[in-house]
Design a binder for this molecule. Structure first.
Ligand code: ZN
Length: 805
C-alpha cells in the first residue's frame, strides 16, 4: 500500500476536539507547551534569539607546531611543541588553561580515585579476567605527562600550576583582546597498552610477529576552550566528557622507525622523502579511481613486519582549521585509498590496517568512508578537508579531525587459521566507520562543547549515521534511530534527562546516543516532516560550522528555520525522563437525534431490548403469576411501555419543529456516523495522535493529529470523527513511530496479546560420587586430546578445500 496516498486521502468532513476540565484527576494542570525561554540563556550579540551566531560572535585561535619522536623500543613519545594563541575575545586574560589529558592516567588522578566498583557488594563476587587485568594494571600504571619545559618565545621559563588534567600558565603580561602569544612546552609520556588499559588511544602488541601498532591521540598539551558561555572550559577530564577545543592550524613532524607507515590528520608534506616512487604512483592513480587502490599491499606489509629497521624517518603533516590532531604508526599497515571528487569537494578516503583486519577491511573500510562523506554532505555541510582516514587498531571507535580509529576485525580460528566474521562484526565495522567519520561533522566542525554535552555530538552524529546507514543497503540492521528500538530504555528506571552533564549521565549509550538520535528521527518523520526538518537541520550545521554551538542554539535554529513550535518536544524529550504511552480508551458511536418521537422512542425501545434480561426474571419464566389466571387485573399499563408515543409527544414535536430554522431542520436529518474516541496519556510525554481507521467496506485511512491536541489537557482528550461509513477498527500509532512503550492499549477493538510459553527440561547434575570416579587425566592426556582435535579439524578443512578446488 502506498503510504503517501493514505496520508493525503483525508476524509473526515469535520472533526472537533472535546477537552475535559483542566483539573484532570484532581492533579494541578501542567502546561506541557510552556515555552522554553525560562530554561534557555538570554540571547545576546554573540548568540541570537534565532539560534544563529550573533554579529559579535568570537572564538579563540590556537595554532600548533609540534616535533615528536616515537620510541618503538620503549613505546614512549618525546616532543616539543610551540603554541600560538590568539585572544579574539573582548576580554583581557591574565592566565591560560591547557588540557593535560594524559594526566587522567596518573596513579592518583581524579578519574582513578573516584572510580567505583560493584564487585564486593554482590553475594557471589565475579568479574572477567580482562576486567580484573585492567584494574590491576591500571593501579600499577603511573601514566601522565612528564613536562620538562614551559617557556615563552624568548625561552624564559613561565610560571605554571597543574591541577589534575588542567594546567594554568600565568602570564607575565596580561593578554589583551586582539593580541596573541607564543610559548612552548617540552614533554614526554609512556604510551599505554590499549588492549590492557583501555582508553581512546594507545598501542597494540602483536606477539606473532613481535610488532607494535600505535594509535596516538590526546597526546599533546592542548589549549582549553575559552568562550562566551562558560569562560574557560576547564572542567576536569574524568573519562566520559570528551574534548572542548579551539580551531587552529597544525604543523607536525613525526619521527618513527624508517619502516613504519604513518597516517595522520592533515596533508603529508614530504611525500618524496617518506614514500617510495611506487607508492606515490599508486596514490596518484587512487585520486581518480572509483574503487580503492592499494598503496601498500598485504605482501609488502608482511615484508615490512620482518624488517625491524633501526633507522628513523620523519613524516611531516600540515592541517588547517582543525580542532585537534591525531596519528597512527606501524610497520604492519596495509594502505588503500580512493579519491572523492564531487562539486567543490576534493578529498582522499584512505584506510590503514594490519593483515589481521582482512578480508573485512579491504572490502569495506574505504568504501564506508566515501559513503559517509556522500551522505553527511547531504544532511549537514560539505566535507572541507583533504583526507579522511580510517585506521584499524586497538581502539574500538574514536574520532579525530580527518582520522578515525576503528576496531572490528574478523576472527581467526586458532586451529585452522581460517578467518570468519559474524554479521555483528560486519555491520559493527561499517557502522563504526560511518559513525566515527561522521564525527568529522559533529563535533570536529560543528564544534560543540563535549565536556559539557555528550548528546550534542553523539546524538546528532548517531542520527545522521542512521540516515547514512539507511542508504547503505535496504533494511539495514539499524541499532539506533528507529522509534521502536528506544522503547525499553524509555520505560527503564534509573534515568536522567538528555540535558545532563557528560560525567553524570546514567545509561550512557542510550541517553546520549540512542535517545537524541531517535528524538531527531521522530522530529523528521512524525512531527515536522522531512522537508521542514532537513532544511532546519542543515541550517544548524551551516550556521555553526567551524563555530561552537550550545544546546539553545540548536533548539532555537530548529524552530527558527521551520516555523514549528518545538518547545514542548525539547522540554519533554530533552529535559525530562517521561516516556510515551498513549492509550486508546473508548470509542462511542453517536447519531443525531431526529426529535421525532415515532423514531426516537422506537430507538430507545430497541436499545432497551438489547440490554440483557434480569437474572430473576429469566429464572422465573414459567412461574405461575397472579395475573395469569385473572386477566381482569391487566390494564392500560400492561399494554403500553414507557416507549409508547403519546399525543402529547406528537404535539410537542410539531410545535418544536415550527421553532427551528431550515438549517437546523437539515441537521436533524443528517445521517452521518459520529464517533467520539477517548485517549489518555499514561506515559507523560505528549505526542501526535496517529490513527489508522478501518471501515466495514474494507477501506482504511491514516489521520495524523499533531501533539497540540494535548495543549489544554495533557492527560485525556477526546476526538470526534464524522463519517458516512461505518468504522470497524481503529489503531493508534500503526507504524510504531512515536516510541509508545505499551502498544497493547492502542487497539479498538482490543487485541489479544500473543505470547509463547516455553517448556524446558530440568537438568540433572552429576553427583559428587560420579565426579570422584571420573578417569584422572594428566596435562599430557589433555594435550594429546587437543592435538587429535586439531588434526581432525585440519583434515576436514583440507578436504573442504580440495572439494572446492
Ligand atoms: Zn561517537
Amino acid at each position: 500500500m502506498n503510504m503517501n496516498k493514505l496520508v493525503s486521502g483525508l476524509l473526515f468532513g469535520l472533526s472537533v476536539v472535546i477537552s475535559l476540565p483542566s483539573m484532570a484527576g484532581g492533579k494541578p494542570f501542567e502546561d506541557k507547551f510552556r515555552q522554553l525561554d525560562e530554561l534557555l540563556p538570554t540571547p545576546n550579540t554573540y548568540r541570537t534569539a534565532s539560534g544563529a551566531p550573533g554579529h559579535k560572535y568570537w572564538q579563540q585561535q590556537a595554532d600548533y607546531k609540534i616535533r615528536v619522536k616515537l620510541d618503538d623500543q620503549k613505546q614512549k613519545l618525546t616532543a616539543s611543541e610551540t603554541i600560538t594563541y590568539t585572544n579574539n575575545s573582548p576580554d583581557t586574560l591574565t592566565y591560560l588553561w591547557l588540557q593535560l589529558d594524559q594526566n587522567r592516567f596518573k596513579r592518583e588522578s581524579l578519574d582513578k580515585m573516584t572510580r567505583t566498583t560493584s564487585v564486593a557488594g554482590k553475594e557471589n563476587p565475579k568479574t572477567t579476567f580482562s576486567s580484573m587485568r585492567n584494574r590491576v594494571k591500571s593501579s600499577q600504571h603511573d601514566g601522565g605527562y612528564d613536562i620538562t619545559k614551559v617557556a615563552d618565545s624568548r625561552g624564559r621559563a613561565m610560571k605554571y600550576v597543574i591541577n589534575n588534567t588542567m594546567m594554568r600558565i600565568d602570564l607575565a603580561k596580561p593578554l589583551k583582546s586582539g593580541q596573541d602569544i607564543e610559548f612552548s612546552i617540552d614533554w614526554n609520556y609512556q604510551v599505554r597498552e590499549q588492549k590492557v588499559l583501555g582508553g581512546r588511544a594507545g598501542f597494540e602488541y602483536f606477539k606473532e610477529d613481535d610488532n607494535y601498532l600505535y594509535e596516538i591521540a590526546q597526546w599533546f598539551p592542548r589549549m582549553a576552550a575559552y568562550y562566551d558561555v562558560y569562560g574557560w572550559q576547564n572542567k576536569q577530564f574524568l573519562g566520559n566528557g570528551e574534548f572542548t577545543l579551539e580551531f587552529g592550524d597544525y604543523d607536525v613532524q613525526i619521527t618513527v622507525p624508517a619502516d613504519h607507515i604513518v597516517a595522520a590528520t592533515g596533508e603529508l608534506q614530504n611525500t618524496k622523502r617518506v614514500l617510495t616512487s611506487t607508492q606515490r604512483k599508486r596514490l596518484a592513480k587512487a585520486k581518480t579511481a572509483n574503487k580503492p587502490v592499494i598503496i601498500v599491499t598485504e605482501e609488502e606489509a608482511i615484508e615490512n613486519e620482518k624488517e625491524k629497521s633501526s633507522k628513523t624517518k620523519t613524516w611531516h603533516f600540515k592541517a588547517e582549521n582543525v580542532r585537534d590532531f591525531a596519528w597512527a604508526s606501524s610497520r604492519k599497515f596495509i594502505w588503500d585509498a580512493q579519491g572523492y571528487n564531487e562539486g567543490d569537494i576534493d578529498t582522499m578516503a584512505m584506510s590503514f590496517y594490519p593483515k589481521e583486519g582482512n578480508p573485512l577491511w579491504e572490502r569495506y573500510s574505504t568504501e564506508a568512508i566515501v559513503h559517509t562523506i556522500e551522505h553527511y554532505n547531504k544532511y549537514s555541510l560539505q566535507y572541507p578537508y583533504p583526507v579522511s582516514i580510517s585506521v584499524n587498531g586497538p581502539v574500538g571507535g574514536m574520532e579525530y579531525p580527518m582520522i578515525t580509529f576503528n576496531g572490528p576485525r574478523p576472527k581467526v580460528d586458532k586451529k585452522t587459521g581460517e578467518k570468519t566474521y559474524s554479521k555483528r562484526t560486519k555491520y559493527g565495522l561499517i557502522g563504526v566507520i560511518i559513525h566515527e567519520v561522521g564525527h568529522n561533522y559533529y563535533p570536529m566542525i560543528v564544534n560543540s562543547d563535549e565536556r559539557q554535552w555528550t548528546w550534542m555530538d553523539e546524538g546528532l552524529n548517531t542520527f545522521v549515521q542512521f540516515l547514512a546507514q539507511q542508504a547503505w543497503e535496504e533494511n539495514y540492521p539499524q541499532r539506533r534511530g528507529p522509534a521502536r528500538k528506544i522503547v525499553n530504555y524509555m520505560k527503564s528506571s534509573h534515568q536522567v534527562p538528555i540535558m545532563t552533564n557528560s560525567e553524570s549521565i546514567l545509561q550512557f549509550g542510550n541517553n546520549a546516543y540512542g535517545k537524541p538520535a531517535t528524538a531527531l528521527n521522530i522530529l523528521r518523520e512524525t512531527i515536522m516532516g522531512r522537508e521542514l526538518f532537513d532544511f532546519a537541520f542543515k541550517e544548524y550545521a551551516e550556521r555553526w560550522k567551524f563555530k561552537r554551538p550550545t544546546p539553545a542554539d540548536f533548539f532555537r535554529t530548529m524552530e527558527d528555520a521551520s516555523a514549528v513550535d518545538l518547545d514542548w518536544f525539547f522540554r519533554g524529550w530533552f529535559y525530562t525522563t517521561n516516556h510515551v504511552d498513549l492509550s486508546l480508551d473508548k470509542v462511542t458511536k453517536l447519531h443525531i437525534g431526529s426529535q421525532d418521537p415515532e423514531v426516537e422512542n422506537a430507538w430507545d425501545r430497541d436499545q432497551f431490548n438489547q440490554e440483557p434480561s434480569d437474572i430473576s426474571n429469566m429464572r422465573d419464566k414459567g412461574l405461575v403469576v397472579r395475573t395469569k389466571g385473572k386477566p381482569e387485573l391487566l390494564d392500560f399499563y400492561n399494554e403500553h411501555d414507557e416507549f409508547t408515543v403519546t399525543n402529547s409527544d406528537r404535539n410537542k414535536y410539531v410545535k418544536d419543529q415550527k421553532k427551528l430554522e431550515d438549517w437546523q431542520l437539515e441537521l436533524l436529518k443528517n445521517g452521518s456516523n459520529i464517533y467520539v474516541v477517548d485517549f489518555s496519556n499514561k506515559g507523560g510525554l505528549v505526542m501526535p495522535i496517529i490513527l489508522e481507521v478501518k471501515y466495514t467496506d474494507g477501506t482504511s485511512e491514516i489521520q495524523r493529529i499533531s501533539a497540540q491536541i494535548w495543549r489544554k489537557n495533557t492527560e485525556q482528550v477526546s476526538k470526534m470523527l464524522i463519517t458516512d461509513k461505518e468504522i470497524s477498527a481503529i489503531t493508534l500509532d500503526p507504524y510504531w513511530e512515536t516510541a509508545d512503550v505499551d502498544v497493547n492499549n492502542n487497539y479498538w477493538p482490543a487485541r489479544v496479546v500473543e505470547s509463547r510459553l516455553a517448556l524446558y527440561k530440568r537438568k540433572k547434575s552429576k553427583s559428587m560420587m560420579e565426579k570422584f570416579n571420573q578417569k584422572l587425566k594428566t596435562k599430557e592426556d589433555l594435550e594429546a586430546e587437543e592435538k587429535k582435535a586439531e588434526e581432525k579439524a585440519k583434515a576436514e578443512k583440507d578436504a573442504k578445500e580440495k572439494k572446492a578446488a
